[in-house]
Design a protein around this ligand. Structure first.
Ligand SMILES: [Zn+2]
Length: 242
């Protein structure tokens, strides 16, 4: 969090996503201890993953972890993610893997998780789910969304029963470069649009909530008004599947 090195925000345990708001996020330190008052506990299984990454990767201002059906299914495949679809090609060779060691409640797993992640921003937790991190909420969300789409397309293609057509090495290597350029441009344009929106509208309700939070933080008017908003922008934050 700004001005408080070593503190981050994480989902309260026991609430659905509809009930999570900016004001009931739980502030914790990098050892997983709750800092200050909180009406809710935190999920011990989430602490290991999120505190490990926030401790080792200071560039990770937002860490997202999900158990979507498509993501968890690909995580169960022996060979993991194929690079042969449009979305997977955009993250070619950018996905790390970490072996399943059971529910992530043992702090001893942290060094292995961090070693497997390395400098990458995407990870498939084998037999478990997906993980993405970024320097901002939009960056982490975009990365996770792309990985999620890659998993969905892969499963759909495999379910056809037809032989899968690989992409060429040239196409695979070209896609990530364009993806990064697109992501940077989109983020720059998106922030500019949000600044303009904030200047003219007190509450840009038509914008996705995560972007609203970034918008309000940028304009200094962050207030916890939406039940779907879970991450106050400007803060280090973590979101995980309940
Ligand atoms: Zn999990």
């Amino acid at each position: 969090m700004p001005g408080a090195d070593g503190h981050l925000l994480i989902n309260p345990y026991g609430l659905t996503y509809r009930e999570v708001t900016a004001s009931n996020l739980v502030k914790i330190d990098l050892d997983g201890n709750i800092v200050g008052p909180s009406e809710w506990p935190v999920n011990a299984a989430g602490l290991v993953i999120h505190t490990a990454i926030h401790s080792a990767r200071p560039d990770s201002h937002c860490v997202m972890h999900t158990h979507t059906t498509a993501g968890s299914a690909v995580a169960c495949l022996r060979d993991g993610l194929d690079w042969n679809n449009f979305y997977a090609a955009q993250i070619y060779q950018q996905v790390a893997y970490h072996e399943f060691e059971g529910i992530t409640v043992d702090p001893d797993e942290k060094p292995r998780l961090i070693a497997d992640l390395g400098t990458r921003n995407l990870m498939i937790l084998r037999n478990h789910g997906l993980l993405a991190l970024g320097a901002s909420v939009p960056a982490a969300f975009t990365a996770l969304w792309t990985l999620q789409r890659a998993c969905e397309i892969q499963l759909a293609a495999q379910q056809s029963g037809q032989p899968l057509r690989p992409v060429t090495e040239k196409a695979a290597l070209q896609s990530p470069a364009l993806f990064l350029a697109w992501a940077f441009t989109s983020l720059t344009v998106g922030v500019a649009i949000l600044f303009v929106s904030c200047a003219f509208f007190d509450r840009p309700k038509t914008l996705p909530c995560l972007l609203q939070n970034d918008c309000r933080a940028l304009s200094g008017t962050l207030t916890p008004t939406s039940p779907f908003c879970s991450i106050p922008a400007g803060a280090s934050a973590s979101a995980r599947a309940q």
